[in-house]
Design a protein around this ligand. Structure first.
Ligand code: APR
Length: 277
C-alpha cells in the first residue's frame, strides 16, 4: 500500500467523517462459500434441472416452492459450515473503532459479518439473510429464524413431508419463503434497508468496496453517490471490475488487488495507529 493511501487513511481516521464498508461474495470466498459469478460460482454451476438464476426468482418460487427451498437449504448448509475469516474479523474491529461513524452494507446473505461481531444496528443486509424466512402472503412484515429442525441439505436432497410442514408462517400458517431478495423483486426499506442505505451513502466520506463484481443496482447507486460527492473510494478485489473503474475515475480513488483477508487487516492496522480518531 502506497504512502499516499496510508496518509489518506490516517487523515480520514482523524477526521469526523463517516466510514462505510460495502461487501459482496468475495469477502466470504476464503471462508469456503462460492461467489456467484466466479468459476465455481452459484450462477455458473446452478442446479441439475434449472438455469442458475431461475432459482432466485419469485416466479420460480410460486411454481415450485419446495424446489427453491431445497436449493436455499443446500446453500444454508454451506454457510453453516463456514466460519468468518480475517477479512470479516477486521470489518467487525473497524465498527468497534469508528462506532457511530461506521456502517456496513452487505450483499451477502451468509450472516458471517454478524457472526464475526458486526452489530445488526450498523449492518444493512440489503439482500436478506439465508437463516431467516417470512410469510409468503406477507400477513406480517416480521422475519422469522428458520426452525431449528429445518436442517441444511446436500445438493439435490429433497425436503421431507415433515420439513414441508416447518416452512409455514407461525402467524397464519401459510407457506413461508426464504428471506432473500430475488432477481424479479425490488429493494424496499422494510426488508432490505433501501432508503437507509442511500442516506448513508449520501453522508459517506470513505467507502471501502470489498469483493463485489458490481452486478447489482443498490450497491452501484451507493458507489456512484460517494463518487459524486468526491468521497474516498477504495476497491478491494482480486481482479479488476466495474467498481475499480469507478473508484479510479475519481480524484480520491484506489484499487487494492489483494484477497480481502489480507487487505482488510492491513487497513485496520493503519487505523489502529491513529490515536485520536
Ligand atoms: N477477495 C476479494 N475479492 C474477491 C475474492 C477475495 N478473496 N474472491 C473473489 N473476489 C471477487 C471476484 O473477483 C468478484 O469480483 O469477488 C467478486 C464476487 O462477485 P460476484 O460473484 O458477482 O458476487 P457479488 O458481487 O457479491 O454479487 C452481487 O448478485 O447474484 C446476486 O444477490 C446476489 O448478492 C449477490 C449479488
Amino acid at each position: 500500500m502506497g504512502k499516499d493511501l496510508k496518509d489518506k487513511l490516517k487523515n480520514f481516521a482523524r477526521s469526523n467523517e463517516n466510514f462505510t464498508v460495502l461487501t459482496g461474495a468475495g469477502v466470504s470466498a476464503e471462508s469456503g462459500i462460492p461467489t456467484f459469478r466466479g468459476a465455481e460460482g452459484y450462477w455458473t454451476i446452478g442446479s441439475r434441472e434449472y438455469q442458475p438464476q431461475e432459482m432466485a426468482t419469485y416466479s420460480m418460487f410460486t411454481q415450485n416452492p419446495y424446489e427453491v427451498w431445497k436449493w436455499y437449504l443446500y446453500r444454508k448448509n454451506i454457510c453453516e459450515k463456514a466460519d468468518p475469516n480475517s477479512g470479516h474479523v477486521a470489518v467487525a474491529e473497524m465498527e468497534k473503532l469508528f462506532k457511530n461513524r461506521f456502517t456496513l452494507i452487505t450483499q451477502n446473505v451468509d450472516g458471517l459479518h454478524i457472526r464475526a461481531g458486526n452489530t445488526t444496528e450498523r449492518t444493512f443486509q440489503i439482500h436478506g439473510n439465508i437463516f431467516f424466512m417470512r410469510c409468503v402472503n406477507e400477513c406480517t412484515s416480521k422475519i422469522f429464524p428458520l426452525p431449528e429442525h429445518l436442517c441444511g441439505k446436500e445438493k439435490d436432497e429433497d425436503l421431507t413431508e415433515e420439513e414441508k410442514c416447518l416452512v409455514r408462517c407461525p402467524y397464519c400458517g401459510s407457506l413461508t419463503r426464504p428471506h432473500v431478495l430475488w432477481f424479479d423483486e425490488t429493494y424496499n426499506e422494510t426488508h432490505y434497508s433501501y432508503q437507509s442505505t442511500l442516506e448513508v451513502a449520501g453522508k459517506t466520506g470513505l467507502l471501502l468496496i470489498v469483493g463485489t463484481s458490481g452486478a447489482t443496482n443498490l450497491p452501484n447507486q451507493v458507489a456512484t453517490a460517494v463518487h459524486h460527492h468526491k468521497g474516498i473510494i477504495i476497491d478491494i478485489n482480486v481482479e479488476h471490475n466495474p467498481c475499480t473503474q469507478l473508484a479510479l475515475s475519481g480524484e480520491k480513488g484506489y484499487f487494492i488487488q489483494q484477497p480481502s483477508s489480507t487487505a482488510l487487516p492491513s487497513i485496520l492496522e493503519i487505523f489502529k495507529t491513529c490515536e485520536n480518531r
